[in-house]
Write a protein that binds this ligand. Structure first.
Ligand code: IMP
Ligand code: MG
Length: 197
Protein backbone atom coordinates (compact mmCIF):
# COMPACT_ATOMS: atom_id res chain seq x y z
CA UNK A 1 0.00 0.00 0.00
CA UNK A 2 1.68 3.25 -1.08
CA UNK A 3 1.83 5.98 1.53
CA UNK A 4 1.63 9.52 0.21
CA UNK A 5 4.76 11.64 0.69
CA UNK A 6 4.28 15.18 1.91
CA UNK A 7 4.58 17.50 -1.07
CA UNK A 8 5.89 21.02 -1.37
CA UNK A 9 2.36 22.32 -2.05
CA UNK A 10 1.83 22.14 1.74
CA UNK A 11 3.91 25.29 2.23
CA UNK A 12 2.14 27.32 -0.46
CA UNK A 13 -1.21 27.38 1.32
CA UNK A 14 -2.34 30.26 3.53
CA UNK A 15 -1.25 29.49 7.09
CA UNK A 16 -3.64 29.88 10.03
CA UNK A 17 -2.31 32.62 12.31
CA UNK A 18 -1.69 30.22 15.23
CA UNK A 19 0.29 27.72 13.16
CA UNK A 20 4.05 27.65 12.99
CA UNK A 21 3.91 25.54 9.83
CA UNK A 22 1.49 23.58 7.67
CA UNK A 23 2.45 19.91 7.52
CA UNK A 24 -0.33 18.70 5.20
CA UNK A 25 -2.30 21.14 3.04
CA UNK A 26 -6.05 21.01 2.41
CA UNK A 27 -5.27 20.16 -1.22
CA UNK A 28 -3.03 17.21 -0.30
CA UNK A 29 -5.57 15.90 2.25
CA UNK A 30 -8.34 15.90 -0.39
CA UNK A 31 -6.11 14.23 -2.97
CA UNK A 32 -4.95 11.49 -0.60
CA UNK A 33 -8.46 10.81 0.73
CA UNK A 34 -9.77 10.26 -2.79
CA UNK A 35 -7.02 7.64 -3.33
CA UNK A 36 -7.67 6.02 0.06
CA UNK A 37 -11.37 5.72 -0.84
CA UNK A 38 -10.44 3.95 -4.09
CA UNK A 39 -8.02 1.63 -2.20
CA UNK A 40 -10.76 0.73 0.28
CA UNK A 41 -13.31 0.15 -2.50
CA UNK A 42 -10.86 -2.19 -4.28
CA UNK A 43 -9.90 -3.97 -1.03
CA UNK A 44 -13.46 -4.88 -0.03
CA UNK A 45 -14.82 -5.81 -3.48
CA UNK A 46 -18.61 -6.16 -3.26
CA UNK A 47 -18.69 -6.48 0.55
CA UNK A 48 -20.56 -4.17 2.88
CA UNK A 49 -18.27 -2.35 5.32
CA UNK A 50 -19.15 -1.46 8.91
CA UNK A 51 -17.22 1.69 9.70
CA UNK A 52 -16.42 2.57 13.29
CA UNK A 53 -15.10 6.13 13.62
CA UNK A 54 -13.18 7.19 16.73
CA UNK A 55 -14.68 10.53 17.72
CA UNK A 56 -14.17 13.42 17.98
CA UNK A 57 -10.86 13.36 16.11
CA UNK A 58 -11.90 11.19 13.14
CA UNK A 59 -15.14 13.08 12.37
CA UNK A 60 -13.82 15.19 9.48
CA UNK A 61 -11.65 12.44 8.00
CA UNK A 62 -14.47 9.88 8.15
CA UNK A 63 -17.05 12.26 6.66
CA UNK A 64 -14.80 13.00 3.68
CA UNK A 65 -13.46 9.45 3.23
CA UNK A 66 -16.81 7.64 3.12
CA UNK A 67 -17.88 9.81 0.18
CA UNK A 68 -15.09 8.14 -1.82
CA UNK A 69 -16.03 4.57 -0.82
CA UNK A 70 -18.35 2.90 -3.31
CA UNK A 71 -19.30 -0.14 -1.18
CA UNK A 72 -22.45 -0.18 0.90
CA UNK A 73 -21.49 0.99 4.38
CA UNK A 74 -22.93 1.11 7.89
CA UNK A 75 -21.55 3.81 10.19
CA UNK A 76 -21.06 3.84 13.94
CA UNK A 77 -18.92 5.99 16.25
CA UNK A 78 -17.01 5.31 19.42
CA UNK A 79 -15.79 7.85 21.94
CA UNK A 80 -12.57 7.39 23.87
CA UNK A 81 -11.87 9.33 27.05
CA UNK A 82 -8.95 11.66 26.63
CA UNK A 83 -5.91 10.13 28.28
CA UNK A 84 -3.71 13.01 27.29
CA UNK A 85 -2.30 15.81 29.31
CA UNK A 86 -1.77 18.62 26.80
CA UNK A 87 0.36 17.09 24.06
CA UNK A 88 1.51 13.96 25.95
CA UNK A 89 -0.14 10.55 26.38
CA UNK A 90 -0.73 9.62 30.04
CA UNK A 91 -2.43 6.47 31.30
CA UNK A 92 -4.81 4.17 29.39
CA UNK A 93 -7.54 5.05 26.89
CA UNK A 94 -11.06 4.18 28.12
CA UNK A 95 -14.16 3.62 25.99
CA UNK A 96 -17.04 5.97 26.82
CA UNK A 97 -20.55 4.72 26.01
CA UNK A 98 -21.02 1.85 23.59
CA UNK A 99 -21.44 0.98 19.93
CA UNK A 100 -24.99 0.82 18.62
CA UNK A 101 -24.36 -1.55 15.67
CA UNK A 102 -23.83 -5.29 15.96
CA UNK A 103 -20.38 -6.19 14.60
CA UNK A 104 -20.66 -10.01 14.56
CA UNK A 105 -19.80 -11.44 11.11
CA UNK A 106 -19.29 -7.92 9.70
CA UNK A 107 -16.31 -6.42 7.89
CA UNK A 108 -15.28 -3.74 10.37
CA UNK A 109 -13.11 -0.78 9.36
CA UNK A 110 -11.95 1.23 12.35
CA UNK A 111 -11.05 4.83 11.45
CA UNK A 112 -8.98 7.24 13.55
CA UNK A 113 -7.33 10.58 12.88
CA UNK A 114 -3.81 9.65 14.03
CA UNK A 115 -1.83 6.65 15.17
CA UNK A 116 0.64 7.77 17.80
CA UNK A 117 1.61 5.50 20.74
CA UNK A 118 -0.75 2.83 19.34
CA UNK A 119 -2.60 2.41 22.65
CA UNK A 120 -6.02 3.56 21.37
CA UNK A 121 -6.22 1.40 18.26
CA UNK A 122 -4.65 -1.71 19.79
CA UNK A 123 -7.18 -1.53 22.66
CA UNK A 124 -10.10 -0.97 20.24
CA UNK A 125 -9.06 -3.80 17.89
CA UNK A 126 -8.88 -6.23 20.85
CA UNK A 127 -12.29 -5.04 22.01
CA UNK A 128 -13.86 -5.45 18.54
CA UNK A 129 -12.26 -8.88 18.01
CA UNK A 130 -14.21 -10.11 21.03
CA UNK A 131 -17.42 -9.23 19.11
CA UNK A 132 -16.59 -11.86 16.44
CA UNK A 133 -16.45 -9.69 13.33
CA UNK A 134 -15.70 -11.32 9.94
CA UNK A 135 -12.65 -9.03 9.59
CA UNK A 136 -11.19 -5.98 11.36
CA UNK A 137 -8.99 -3.44 9.60
CA UNK A 138 -7.77 -0.01 10.62
CA UNK A 139 -7.39 3.21 8.66
CA UNK A 140 -5.69 6.37 9.93
CA UNK A 141 -5.08 9.68 8.23
CA UNK A 142 -1.76 10.26 10.01
CA UNK A 143 0.90 7.94 11.41
CA UNK A 144 3.69 9.01 13.76
CA UNK A 145 5.53 5.72 13.52
CA UNK A 146 8.46 6.85 15.63
CA UNK A 147 6.26 7.27 18.72
CA UNK A 148 4.88 3.75 19.14
CA UNK A 149 4.69 2.42 22.74
CA UNK A 150 2.77 -0.73 21.78
CA UNK A 151 3.37 -2.71 18.60
CA UNK A 152 0.68 -1.73 16.10
CA UNK A 153 0.47 -0.93 12.39
CA UNK A 154 -2.63 0.37 10.59
CA UNK A 155 -3.78 -1.36 7.39
CA UNK A 156 -4.36 1.94 5.57
CA UNK A 157 -2.39 5.14 6.22
CA UNK A 158 -2.85 8.57 4.66
CA UNK A 159 0.45 10.22 5.59
CA UNK A 160 3.50 9.35 7.66
CA UNK A 161 4.41 12.43 9.71
CA UNK A 162 7.34 13.34 11.96
CA UNK A 163 7.15 13.33 15.76
CA UNK A 164 5.40 16.69 16.13
CA UNK A 165 2.14 17.54 17.88
CA UNK A 166 -0.28 18.53 15.13
CA UNK A 167 -3.71 20.18 14.97
CA UNK A 168 -6.39 20.74 12.37
CA UNK A 169 -8.74 18.66 10.22
CA UNK A 170 -10.29 17.05 13.31
CA UNK A 171 -7.18 17.01 15.50
CA UNK A 172 -7.29 19.28 18.52
CA UNK A 173 -5.22 20.93 21.19
CA UNK A 174 -7.43 21.41 24.29
CA UNK A 175 -10.46 20.92 21.95
CA UNK A 176 -9.44 23.85 19.71
CA UNK A 177 -8.38 23.89 16.04
CA UNK A 178 -10.43 20.87 14.88
CA UNK A 179 -12.01 23.06 12.16
CA UNK A 180 -8.77 24.01 10.37
CA UNK A 181 -8.89 22.65 6.81
CA UNK A 182 -5.18 21.74 6.90
CA UNK A 183 -2.90 19.96 9.39
CA UNK A 184 -0.19 22.00 11.06
CA UNK A 185 2.09 22.52 14.01
CA UNK A 186 1.10 25.15 16.59
CA UNK A 187 3.39 28.05 17.42
CA UNK A 188 5.45 27.02 20.48
CA UNK A 189 4.00 29.74 22.79
CA UNK A 190 0.46 28.40 22.12
CA UNK A 191 1.29 24.81 23.07
CA UNK A 192 0.71 25.42 26.77
CA UNK A 193 -1.71 28.33 27.27
CA UNK A 194 -2.57 28.51 31.02
CA UNK A 195 -6.04 30.01 30.33
CA UNK A 196 -7.09 26.77 28.59
CA UNK A 197 -6.59 24.51 31.58
P1 IMP B 1 -2.44 6.83 20.57
O1 IMP B 1 -3.40 6.08 21.44
O2 IMP B 1 -1.26 7.35 21.33
O3 IMP B 1 -2.05 6.12 19.31
O4 IMP B 1 -3.12 8.19 20.16
C1 IMP B 1 -4.24 8.28 19.44
C2 IMP B 1 -5.01 9.52 19.86
O5 IMP B 1 -4.20 10.55 20.47
C3 IMP B 1 -5.54 10.14 18.60
O6 IMP B 1 -6.83 9.63 18.34
C4 IMP B 1 -5.57 11.62 18.93
O7 IMP B 1 -6.79 11.94 19.53
C5 IMP B 1 -4.50 11.82 19.95
N1 IMP B 1 -3.27 12.39 19.35
C6 IMP B 1 -2.09 11.76 19.14
N2 IMP B 1 -1.18 12.57 18.57
C7 IMP B 1 -1.83 13.76 18.37
C8 IMP B 1 -1.42 15.01 17.78
O8 IMP B 1 -0.31 15.22 17.29
N3 IMP B 1 -2.38 15.98 17.78
C9 IMP B 1 -3.64 15.82 18.29
N4 IMP B 1 -4.05 14.66 18.83
C10 IMP B 1 -3.15 13.64 18.88
MG1 MG C 1 -8.55 10.89 18.88
Amino acid sequence: MPIEKLTSSASSVAVHADLDSVLVSEFDIKKRIKKLGAEITALYGQEEITIVAVINGAILFTADLIRHIENPIRLDCIRISSYRNDTKSVGKPQVLGHLSLDLANRHVLLIDDILDTGKTLSMLVSMIQKMHPATVRTCVLLDKRGRREVEFEADLVGFQIPDKFVVGYGLDFAERYRNLPCIGVLKPHLQNPPEWA
